[in-house]
Design a protein around this ligand. Structure first.
Ligand SMILES: C[S@@+](CC[C@H](N)C(=O)[O-])C[C@H]1O[C@@H](n2cnc3c(N)ncnc32)[C@H](O)[C@@H]1O
Length: 291
């Protein structure tokens, strides 16, 4: 069911576990709030949520801009737009919503200078031509309009050093881990839009697109606790790290015969139970406005 974006956002990122879903959403809520703080949408304004997914940002914007603010939910996925429409109907807020299928970089279907605020989270990372995307984010904003976005900087943590797989120490099993990494890479596409850029590129693209007072906050961490710590192995294996690749379990099946898989999964399970691991993670928050 569903296109790959809907499948991942609604199911595969959670591995079918309501507990894991709660854990991930608790991690995302402060990110959502910080993006909204950066945009500071006000009642009466029109806000475009680009790559809205199932509405993490857009519905929070409706709360903050009640009773007169409007949100244009836009996404490449019609299934996710349907999901947002149903949620808006259930919440009784459809009169303040619009649903537009539109894809970055061009955002065809969204007019010039028609919104006060643009928000987005983790969308540019999937777009090949990010400079063009910034130009069109600028195009749709009215004079004085504001942009606030969040993007992960995956190039900080990837590729992992030898002996590491998905944040787990698999030393001694390097050859097996490399075959799994190769299977993962094969799903990315080459060049992979999720890699090959960093926070400096984001800043430069925003500036070149014409945004004023561009501010970028960059956060990097090397964490010793795995983000999936205390998750059941079966949940972890049913989850996928992003919409472009299969689940961790499917990747293991693609890459390895059963005996080798068992060696790796045993090692992963030990570390899930204890919470050990090492994750190199970097993220960026960017704001700017149109003069
Ligand atoms: C990681 S999800 C983020 C969803 C939402 N922004 C959130 O914060 O939960 C990425 C979203 O970007 C959408 N997307 C992917 N490629 C896109 C493109 N080229 N233009 C617009 N949306 C896109 C996907 O359908 C998906 O909803």
């Amino acid at each position: 069911m569903g296109d790959r974006w809907a499948q991942w956002l609604l199911e595969r990122r959670f591995g079918g576990s309501p507990d894991y879903q709660r854990q991930l959403m608790a991690f995302l809520h402060p990110i959502r709030d910080r993006v909204l703080d950066g945009a500071a949408p006000r009642p009466g304004e029109t806000v475009l949520d680009v790559g809205c997914g199932d509405g993490l940002l857009g519905f929070a914007v409706l709360d903050r801009t009640s009773p007169t603010g409007r949100v244009i939910f836009s996404d490449v996925s019609t299934e996710l737009l349907d999901q947002c429409r149903q949620a808006a109907e259930a919440a009784g807020v459809t009169d303040r919503c619009e649903f537009v299928q539109a894809a970055l970089p061009h955002l065809d279907g969204v007019g010039d200078a028609c919104v006060d605020v643009v928000v987005l989270r983790s969308v540019l990372i999937y777009v090949a031509d990010k400079q063009a995307a910034f130009r069109h984010l600028h195009r749709v904003l009215r004079p004085g309009g504001r942009l606030s976005l969040f993007e992960p900087i995956n190039a900080f943590g990837y590729p992992e050093p030898a002996g590491w797989l998905w944040g787990f120490d698999v030393s001694g099993l390097e050859a097996l881990a490399e075959r799994v990494h190769a299977a993962y890479r094969a799903h990315h596409g080459d060049p992979c839009p999720m890699l090959g850029f960093d926070e400096r590129d984001l800043l430069a693209w925003a500036e070149r697109a014409g945004f004023q007072d561009v501010r970028l906050d960059y956060e990097a961490e090397v964490a010793s606790r795995h983000p999936a710590a205390a998750t059941e192995l079966s949940t972890f294996l049913r989850s996928a790290p992003n919409p472009l690749v299969p689940t961790f379990g499917e990747l293991l099946i693609e890459a390895l015969p059963p005996g080798d898989r068992q060696l790796l999964t045993r090692r992963i399970e030990e570390q899930l139970v204890t919470g050990r691991g090492r994750m190199r993670r970097a993220v960026s928050y960017l704001t700017g406005h149109v003069s």
